[in-house]
Design a protein around this ligand. Sequence first.
Ligand SMILES: *[C@@H]1O[C@H](CO)[C@@H](O)[C@H](O)[C@H]1NC(C)=O
Ligand SMILES: *[C@@H]1O[C@H](CO)[C@@H](O)[C@H](O)[C@H]1NC(C)=O
Ligand SMILES: *[C@@H]1O[C@H](CO)[C@@H](O)[C@H](O)[C@H]1NC(C)=O
Ligand SMILES: *[C@@H]1O[C@H](CO)[C@@H](O)[C@H](O)[C@H]1NC(C)=O
Ligand SMILES: *[C@@H]1O[C@H](CO)[C@@H](O)[C@H](O)[C@H]1NC(C)=O
Length: 328
Amino acid sequence: MSKIIFFISIMLLNSYLTEEAKLFMTNISGIQITKTLKAGENMGPNSAEQENLMFLGTREVEAATKSKMLYKTRSHRYLIDNQKHKEFDARKRWPQCKTIGEVYNEGNALLSWAYAHAGAFADRMCIATNGSYNQLLSTEELISCSGLTACSNGWLCNHTVVWDYFKTHGLVSGGKYNTNDGCQPSRIPPICNMPTKINNRTCDKYCYGNDTISYNHDHVKVSHYYNIRYNDIQNEVQTYGPVTVMFSLYDDFFLYKNGVYAQTENSKWLRYQYAKLIGWGVENGVDYWLLVNTWGNECGQNGLFKIKRGTNECAIEQFVYAGEPKIK
Ligand SMILES: *[C@@H]1O[C@H](CO)[C@@H](O)[C@H](O)[C@H]1NC(C)=O
Ligand SMILES: *[C@@H]1O[C@H](CO)[C@@H](O)[C@H](O)[C@H]1NC(C)=O
Ligand SMILES: *[C@@H]1O[C@H](CO)[C@@H](O)[C@H](O)[C@H]1NC(C)=O
Ligand SMILES: *[C@@H]1O[C@H](CO)[C@@H](O)[C@H](O)[C@H]1NC(C)=O
Ligand SMILES: *[C@@H]1O[C@H](CO)[C@@H](O)[C@H](O)[C@H]1NC(C)=O
């Protein structure tokens, strides 16, 4: 038995390392995955980044096979769209939702998880309500009150904790830094390369932004959340709105200005990064995903980026999550 498992692990590793592999791991029975995971855990601190990624991948599959994914009740709120669009941009599909193209300036490298999740949730609130709810959600409350932090290398160590927080606790409204928009606007200034540790966060349980809003009544929630497999990303986005993704950030990303990004051979792996996926298209024959990043002009990036689609570039197609807003 253990030989078989070992053999499977090797197969997994090999196929993972080939470009064609994509999301092969989502269709493998749970037990084998668990064993592969255990083997992975013994990897030393010197293991290559690719192996780290593979380790994350297997963990992920375990979670995915256990969860009841993509179970959604059809709601009149959504126009189910199963068409194959060659190009799609959520900003154009839902022009009434002004948050979709909104770029936060995270400053801090390890906070992208918060901006990407609050961003996708706000967009989905707007889409679900056809624009009646049309404002940013508070990254401040998420960062200062949830107790969640990136556990290492920028990633959360558990892909569903933020969506779970949106389900159990919810989030108040809150605009950008230096505004009084919403209940709890951001208090983290958009400075590039801020220190990675922000220790002096205080969690307030009242609205310090627009103080006519009631903190207790301002929270919005999701009814459920789920993992999205590669083949379902497009249907998900064109029906329900933007999703959160995690990807591997390499140093050549900072040279990126326009066009379709793909990691170059000698680039160095830096950490994991979260972003909001809002569409896709084809440019000069290359399929791409369109994403909103968490660095705006201040940080030398224009906020949006395109990354190669269909080959799990930087693992962009592997850790895709979303939730469905709970509308009263
Ligand atoms: C998973 O793989 C089995 C055989 O390996 C195949 O019969 C089945 O259709 C696959 N399921 C999906 C959802 O791809
Ligand atoms: C959604 O809102 C737009 C205006 O923003 C309106 O034209 C459209 O009819 C609304 N759709 C539904 C289904 O209510
Ligand atoms: C990840 O977080 C979810 C939601 O908080 C929790 O239900 C699940 O058990 C966690 N998974 C692991 C492996 O800790
Ligand atoms: C946290 O500390 C820094 C540096 O001391 C300060 O500039 C910043 O305003 C503080 N933030 C909060 C929310 O108190
Ligand atoms: C404050 O919130 C109230 C209630 O949501 C809203 O009517 C008002 O326009 C807001 N004020 C500002 C200055 O945004």
